[in-house]
Structures are given as C-alpha cells and as structure tokens.
Design a protein around this ligand. Structure first.
Ligand SMILES: Nc1nc2c(ncn2[C@@H]2O[C@H](COP(=O)(O)OP(=O)(O)OP(=O)(O)O)[C@@H](O)[C@H]2O)c(=O)[nH]1
Ligand SMILES: [Mg+2]
Length: 467
C-alpha cells in the first residue's frame, strides 16, 4: 500500500468560529501504520486481518491530547488484529448527529478508504446506530465504533467460562440496541476481508445472531445472566471464606498495560501472563502472599481499565470488578512512561467510582520508573503525594511497596493474653495467621500467648483469656 499513513485534520464550514491557527495546524503523525515484519507474517495477517482507517472527531483539548487519543485507538485496533492504513482527525465542536464526522467530510473518508483499499472504518467513540448506518451507506464498507472494538478485544481474550459469558452478555446488550437495520446491510454481512468472515464486531455473537430476532437475543441474555449469577455465588463463597479467615485482601487496579500482572508476579512470584498488549488480563487471579512478619494476605490482579470503558462491559463484568470494591486496599498501578499518566489515573478513578470502589483506601504506584523520565516522575509525585515509584521490571522500589502494603493492611486491634488448651490448635493457628504475636510459650496446661488480634477473633478467644 503506497498511501501515506498521515493524519488529516479537517474542518467544516460551520466550524469557522474555531481558532484559525488551530484549524490550520494540520499535523502529520508518523508511524501510524501497522508494520509487517516478514513474509510469513504477511500471509498470516491477510488471512485474519482487517485493513482499517481510523476516524476521530476532536472536540476539545490540545493537539497533543488528540494525538494521544488517536495513538490509543490505533493500539486498540492492532490489539484486535487489524492493520491500520490511515487515520483521520476532524476538528469540530461536536460530532455530527447524522454522520459523526461532518457531512461534507464523509466523502473524503470514503476517498481515503477506497484509495487505501481498506475494508473497515473505526470511529473513536460510541456512535448512535443511525450514525453507523448512515456512514456504511455512504462509505460502502463496514463501520464500527470504539465500543465494538473494545468488545471485540475482550471477546478474543476471554478465556474462562465466566469471562466468556461476561463478554457475550456485553456484546449482546450492545447488539440488541443496534439490531434494526444491521441485518439487512450488505457491507456488514460481507464482514471485512477476513477469510473466516468474522472481523471486529463479527466475532462472538456475531452475524447470525444479529439476524435473529430480539426475542432470541433476549432469551440468550437471560440464560447468560443466570449462569453468571451461579458463578458469582461461587466467587461470593470464596470471598466469604477469606473474610471468615480474616485474610486481608489487596486488589491491583489500573489502566490497561500499566503493569498490574507484572507487579503481581514481582510481589508473589506468580506466573501470570504478562504481555505488551491491551487487555491481556480478563480473568482476575488471586494469590496468597505474606508480609515480612508473616501475616497472610491476598493479592488480586484485575481487568485493566481504559478511557470510556463501554458501559455494557462494566455492567457485564460487575461481579469481577466488585472484587476491587470488597478489597481492604487498592494498589493503583500507573504507567509513568505513558504520555498522559494523569489522564489514565482520572479514567481509572472514574471506573472505580462506577463500581462502588471509591471508598476503598488507595495506594498509588508509579510503575515503569525505568522508562519514565525524571521530570515526569517529579511532576507526578508533586501532583500525587504519597505515590510510590517502582519498576516491576527492574525490581526498583518493590521492597518499599511491600512494606507500604504491610503498613496499610488492616491491623489487629485487641491486645490480650490467653491460655489455649492443646486441643485448640485451630485457634493457635489462626492467631499465627492473623495476629501479631508478642510472646508465645508452651506450658504444662497449654499454649500461653500474648498478642494483638482482630476484634472478632478476640471474641472467640474470650473464654481463654488470662488478663
Ligand atoms: N520497562 C518496563 N516495562 C514494564 C514494567 N512493568 C511492566 N512492563 C511491561 O509492560 C507491558 C504490560 O505489562 P502487564 O503486566 O501485562 O500489564 P497489565 O497492567 O497487566 O496489562 P493488561 O492485563 O493488559 O491490562 C509488558 O510488556 C511488561 O513487560 C516496568 O516496570 N518497566
Ligand atoms: Mg494483566
């Protein structure tokens, strides 16, 4: 393909009130083309890849914000397995209600699409069904939005039965609202050039289900909901057991690709999948680990967040995400080498609020210190006092992080002395696991312990107290 992979920034006549200079700041963004490494890769990709043109309407913020947003859309498209041929940005005060980009610009998008041989257009944002239809009618290729793209990535990455059911539920919810008009659309049925026929928006509960009636989708949704509720009960059981055993829990949260799984591996030696890809982790992994003084706690790796995480996904993943809301502490991991870490922090906090986790204490961790520049780290530390600087890669700051987690875990509160008969080894065991032992002695009558314990354990120990 010879077409230049640059970004065109266009304006409409009705956008004349916009600052002239900004409008003329047409900016080329290099490297927006997916490079193919070797011939075998070319063949492989031609089998499954879509060739896409990215389109975004830039409504507010700086040129840099627009570039960052486009770079992220490109990364998402590539994560889904697409080849990005070109990217177009239009500056407008708001997206056009009928066609997303300005009506006059649709023709230009169509020209780029045909010049590059693209088979799919991806719009940045969540579009109205009518906008998607209008664009498809005029551009004559498949048009999908950012929400469908993210759903598609989740569908490709889901591994556990629960993860798959959650993604399918989210996809069906999304499709249900867009059912009308899609089934009859020729270009959509063609579905990319992929030999398998399924492309973004077409994998998972794709074409065939779109064409079935609303009622069938509705009953499938009901089945998935029931199944997920049953799985949720299992999770709830495990959580209740941890709670009964008074094991404090820490959830690692953060933007996708921030290094959450790497950090879990660093802290616990767990062999969790780490990948330079968005949404590598969809199934939460929980590992037991302990503080320097031997208190056990759990660490859970969670699904990464992204700006404008589709609401249907948040809903479908609610039970998984609630793991964070139930935690005693959130370790919020930030990629300090990202161009806009503060924006990522804000996006993550928005989702945390949405899932009811905003009141859980948060420990902010600036990761990838080995890649970030000094100035950025200093600025971030200024903006977020108390944040720790670490590198999951080099191990820098990891000991300090462990110590800080230890410090922030819920503390045993009641100081007491007990004499436990030898047939209550279970209580001795729980004291070992959850309490701070000040002294312990085996005597003729039993085990004498002086310790600080949680109030509920103190209640159970009441019959044996000697103070
Ligand atoms: N240089 C450097 N790279 C890191 C560091 N931590 C993680 N990475 C890399 O960043 C990429 C993403 O790491 P993951 O641990 O998979 O990130 P994640 O937050 O779990 O990502 P998702 O599960 O996809 O949301 C991988 O390529 C890691 O090797 C770090 O401290 N320094
Ligand atoms: Mg991960």
């Amino acid at each position: 393909m010879t077409h230049d992979p640059d970004v065109h920034v266009d304006t409409d006549v009705e956008e004349e009130q916009l600052d002239l200079e900004a409008r003329h700041s047409l900016k080329r963004v290099d490297g927006l083309r997916t490079e193919l490494e070797d011939v075998t890769e070319v063949e492989y990709r031609q089998l499954r890849l879509e060739r896409v043109v990215l389109v975004s309407v830039w409504t507010s913020g700086t040129q840099e914000d627009a570039d960052n947003a486009m770079a992220e859309l490109k990364l998402l498209a590539e994560t889904a397995g697409s080849e990005v041929l070109d990217a177009l940005v239009q500056r407008r005060s708001h997206p056009d209600p009928a066609t997303y980009v300005g009506r006059g610009k649709v023709e230009e998008v169509a020209e780029v699409v045909h010049a590059t041989g693209a088979d799919t257009v991806i719009c940045d944002g969540e579009l109205e069904p009518a906008q998607l239809r209008n664009l498809e009618d005029r551009i004559k290729v498949k048009v999908v939005d950012r929400t469908a793209l993210i759903l598609d990535i989740f569908a490709q990455h889901a591994k556990s039965a629960e993860g798959k059911a959650q993604v399918e539920l989210a996809q069906l919810q999304y499709l249900k609202q867009r059912l009308r008009g899609w089934g009859g659309n020729l270009s959509r049925q063609a579905g990319g050039r992929a030999a398998g026929g399924a492309g973004i928006g077409g994998r998972g509960p794709g074409e065939t289900k779109i064409e079935t009636d609303r009622r069938r989708i509705g009953s499938r949704i009901a089945i998935l909901r029931r199944r997920l509720r049953a799985m949720d009960a299992t999770r709830e059981g495990k959580r209740a057991e941890r709670h009964r055993n008074q094991v404090p829990s820490v959830a690692i949260v953060g933007y996708t690709n921030a290094g959450k799984s790497s950090l879990l591996n660093r802290l616990t030696g767990a062999g969790v999948l780490v990948e330079n890809a968005l949404f590598a982790t969809l199934d939460p992994t929980t590992r037991r680990t302990e503080t320097a003084d031997g208190r056990i706690y759990t660490l859970t790796d969670t699904v990464g967040f992204v700006r404008h995480l589709p609401h249907d996904l948040v809903e479908a993943f609610r039970s998984t995400l609630e793991e964070s809301a139930m935690a005693d502490l959130l370790v919020h991991v930030v990629d300090a080498s990202d161009p806009d870490p503060a924006g990522q922090i804000a996006a993550v906090r928005t989702v945390l609020t949405e899932i009811g986790a905003s009141s859980v204490p948060e420990l902010l961790v600036l990761n990838k210190a080995d890649l970030a520049d000094e100035g950025t780290l200093l600025a971030l530390r200024g903006a977020f006092p108390g944040a720790l600087i670490v590198s999951a890669q080099t191990g820098e700051g990891i000991d300090a992080l462990s110590a800080e987690i230890d410090e922030r875990l819920p503390r045993p509160e009641v100081e007491l002395r007990v004499l436990l008969p030898y047939d209550r080894g279970d209580l001795v065991d729980r004291i070992h696991r959850t309490a701070r032992i000040i002294s312990l002695e085996h005597t003729g009558e039993g085990t004498e312990i002086h310790a600080r314990v949680r109030p509920d354990l103190a209640d159970e120990l009441a019959p044996y107290r000697r103070d």
